[in-house]
Design a binder for this molecule. Structure first.
Ligand code: ATP
Ligand code: MG
Length: 264
């Protein structure tokens, strides 16, 4: 479904107030693949290149070298129509559900907006979009009674559910989840994780799950890749990496982990 081949991204040197800074190699020869229906976890400390990699997958940024294939197609070679289709198939949920919802929009408008953007593909009229929004809210554990409320009327966990409903609206096959539960309380975190697991099963979604929390990764991911300074240090089945990490870096990361929290 998703193949990342030898992807590097270097940011050029910048000249600032204190002289020029050297170029940053944010990604260095990254190779990863995610199969349909699988969830791959990407773990790494701050500044290791996780967001840079997701930006390449969304084509918000272009690799300096290497290529990314989505459903067999080279993303760099997509024309405008194919790129629009790709945008419906790959959706992202961000870390901060407070910052990622427009406070002036109703839940209805938030969730139907992607359906409007992709109306060419989805072919839903106004009434059908509203019905679909109500269905999506139910799917994420909210209800039609929430349609005409605004983001400030919801808790953090509920807001993240709205973000998930919005991400599902254009009918994606791949969800990029960039620390989707890090801003939430632990108890709410578990509920949102369980929702994600349930949705993956029901909808056959593929997840690319970014987190610095190994407990969360262990709970949700089939495979894990560990990134350090833009390089994949280790990659394999979750159980295998937790039981017998091969690289020195993975071992130190696991050793530093306080305890694996497994939500019920
Ligand atoms: N637009 C940019 N211009 C210059 N440098 C950048 C740019 N974006 C990212 N970087 C650098 O690339 C490196 C990787 O950053 P990135 O945001 O991908 O890390 P991250 O793993 O997502 O970190 P965090 O966990 O804090 O979100 C960092 O050194 C960062 O400063
Ligand atoms: Mg980041």
């Amino acid at each position: 479904m998703l193949e990342i081949e030898n992807v590097s991204r270097t940011f050029p040197a910048r000249r600032g107030l204190f002289g020029s800074t050297g170029g940053v190699r944010a990604l260095n020869q990254v190779n990863l693949s995610v199969s349909k229906g699988e969830s791959l976890g990407l773990v790494g400390e701050s500044g290791s290149g996780k967001t840079t990699l997701t930006r390449q997958i969304l084509r918000l940024d272009t690799p300096t070298s290497g290529r990314i294939l989505f459903e067999g197609q080279d993303m760099a070679k997509l024309g405008p129509a194919a790129l629009r289709a790709l945008r419906a198939r790959v959706q992202i949920v961000f870390q901060d559900p407070y910052a990622s919802l427009n406070p002036r929009m109703s839940v209805h408008d938030i969730v139907t907006e992607p359906m409007l953007i992709h109306r060419g593909k989805l072919g839903l009229d106004r009434r059908q979009r509203t019905d679909r929004a109500a269905e999506l809210l139910e799917l994420v554990g909210l209800g039609p009674q929430h349609l005409y409320r605004h983001p400030h009327e919801f808790s953090g966990g509920q807001r993240q559910r709205i973000c998930i409903a919005r991400a599902l609206a254009p009918g994606p096959s791949l969800l990029l989840l960039d620390e989707p539960t890090s801003a939430l309380d632990v108890s709410v975190q578990a509920q949102v994780l369980n929702l994600l697991i349930d949705l993956q099963e029901r909808l056959g979604l593929t997840y690319f799950f970014i987190s610095h929390d190994l407990g969360v990764i262990r709970y949700i991911c089939d495979r894990v890749a560990i990134i350090f300074q833009g390089e994949i240090k280790e990659e394999g089945r979750t159980q295998q990496i937790f039981d017998a990490p091969k690289s020195e870096y993975a071992r130190s990361l696991l050793a530093a982990m306080p305890e694996v929290r497994v939500p019920d």
